[in-house]
Design a protein around this ligand. Structure first.
Ligand SMILES: Cc1cc2nc3c(=O)[nH]c(=O)nc-3n(C[C@H](O)[C@H](O)[C@H](O)COP(=O)(O)OP(=O)(O)OC[C@H]3O[C@@H](n4cnc5c(N)ncnc54)[C@H](O)[C@@H]3O)c2cc1C
Length: 375
């Protein structure tokens, strides 16, 4: 039995980014069930950072995290400035207005565009009566690199003396006195704090520990990869997302595009695989909204986006379960909010003064509390 201060369950971005900070305060081990970190959601994302997702708390966390990415963008592969364009059909302009107002709280220079300016930026967009009429362009969004983000957090974790145990699923979990005891295949741990950052499995971990689940909802999302029109360099195309039902696409280098139909299929926690109908839907929606024809899908995958009942992330001690700390519900924004979420988790778990960096963005500790779901 190894005695440690903090045991984190889950080697995705949530668990690793929090662990990198928690390890500065005490001995910390991250348990990851798979042979590699980021095997599930964190390694299957579109890895973009933008304001076109989530409610007020998610946008504030994104805004704070953008400052961190902006500082990192000079050096490592972690983040690189890349524009985001949100597009609307004629009957969706109100949604675009709402997004513009929400974005304006955090970015002063996001630009409303229309007509020829849309196709000047993304030449393949369909315009006209059934096409797109307006857009919101944020030139200061970021393309992230999930592997670089995960590795940066692991380096910081190790530098602070922490460890990642791969192929180590948390199996039995129980409370003994003031400690959480967790058995894995090879090792048992006794920890003061247990951080539940198990992504789609976080409710299952709670149940195993005798803690009330939150009602998390894992939703499958699909991505396809295909070649853009021959001879067209797409590397400067923005991350392009419809404000209503539709699709998003983004460049992956000069001659490759990724696209998603923004599907949200409820599923049990699992190694998500793409379904034929979602792959077809992705291609169809892109073809309907653009002049592109997708002849060949080079690659496809899917992953789970796991939401709390109110779609906002959760960080805080489970009511009535001392030391059991939720870090869950990162939905479709877990990478782009990870710097802010990790900072919040550190302060909330260790009872530190609320960080100025978070307060400056109007983020308050109460917003993360799992108590909001207590019946
Ligand atoms: C298609 C798609 C596109 C996305 N696009 C974006 C985007 O553009 N920007 C963005 O910010 N986010 C995006 N996301 C969301 C983002 O990927 C998630 O919010 C984020 O990865 C969640 O991180 P996590 O650490 O909570 O979960 P995960 O990465 O799933 O990590 C949880 C880990 O817990 C482990 N685990 C489970 N049970 C146990 C156990 N018993 N013992 C030990 N380990 C266990 C799992 O193996 C897993 O590795 C997207 C997601 C998808 C699927």
């Amino acid at each position: 039995m190894r005695d440690i201060d903090t045991l984190v369950i889950g080697g995705g971005i949530a668990g690793l980014s929090a662990a990198a900070r928690l390890a500065r305060h005490g001995s910390t081990v991250v348990l990851e069930a798979e042979d590699a970190v980021g095997f599930h959601s964190s390694g299957r994302s579109a890895t973009f950072c933008h304001f076109g997702i989530g409610g007020d708390l998610v946008r504030k966390l994104t805004a704070m995290s953008r400052e961190v990415f902006a500082r990192a963008s000079g050096e490592a592969r972690v983040a690189r400035t890349h524009p985001a364009l949100f597009i609307a059909r004629a009957d969706e302009e109100e949604r675009l207005d709402a997004l513009a107002r929400a974005t304006a709280l955090h970015v002063s220079d996001a630009e409303r565009i229309a007509g020829d300016d849309l196709t000047a930026i993304v030449p393949v967009l369909r315009r006209g009566s059934d096409g797109f009429v307006a857009g919101l362009l944020d030139r200061r969004a970021f393309k992230l690199d999930s592997d670089a983000l995960l590795q940066t957090n692991i380096r910081e974790l190790r530098a602070a003396g922490g460890e990642v145990a791969l192929a180590s699923p948390a199996e039995a979990i129980r409370r003994e006195g003031e400690r959480w005891i967790v058995d894995t295949r090879g090792e048992s741990y006794s920890a003061h704090y247990l951080v539940n950052a198990a992504g789609a499995w976080a409710d299952e971990i709670a149940i195993r520990a005798g803690v009330a689940p939150l009602g998390l909802r894992p939703l499958r999302r699909t991505i396809i990869q295909f070649e853009p029109p021959e001879g067209v360099d797409v590397s400067a195309w923005p991350f392009t997302k419809t404000v209503g039902e539709g699709f998003y696409f983004l460049p992956e280098g000069p001659a490759r595009l990724l696209a998603s139909p923004m599907d949200e299929t409820p599923t049990d926690p699992c190694d998500a695989q793409p379904e034929e109908e979602d792959i077809a839907l992705a291609a169809w929606r892109v073809e309907q909204g653009t002049t592109m024809t997708i002849r060949h899908i080079e690659h496809k995958w899917s992953g789970l986006r796991t939401f709390a009942p109110d779609n906002a992330p959760v960080a805080g001690f489970a009511p009535g379960a001392p030391g059991f700390f939720w870090l869950a519900g990162q939905g479709g924004f877990g990478l782009q909010t990870s710097p802010a979420m990790a900072m919040a988790a550190e302060a909330l778990m260790l009872g530190l003064a609320w960080p100025e960096e978070l307060a400056a963005f109007g983020i308050s500790p109460e917003e993360f509390s799992p108590n909001r779901f207590a019946a």
